[in-house]
Design a binder for this molecule. Structure first.
Ligand SMILES: [Zn+2]
Length: 76
């Protein structure tokens, strides 16, 4: 095997490695949930504002938009 062939193999390997790295990055980005996908919306039991389910502050069966509203509802 000549030296030029060896260099060609190394260059090909580097190219494949770069392609693989880019592909892996794309796969990782695809796994992230989209920002616009807010899923199920819930209404705050205190102020009635709608917010994404994953941001809910739960207290028994009631849901609130923030801990402050949960605490405010507890006092009344
Ligand atoms: Zn609220």
């Amino acid at each position: 095997m000549g030296l030029s062939r060896l260099i060609l193999l190394i260059l090909l390997g580097a190219l494949l490695y770069r392609l693989w790295k880019r592909w892996r990055l794309q796969q990782m980005n695809r796994r992230k949930p989209a920002i616009h996908d807010q899923g199920h919306m819930l209404a705050c039991a205190h102020c009635g504002m709608y917010f994404p389910e994953q941001d809910a502050v739960r207290d028994g069966t009631q849901v609130y938009c923030c801990p402050a509203h949960r605490d405010a509802q507890r006092k009344t």
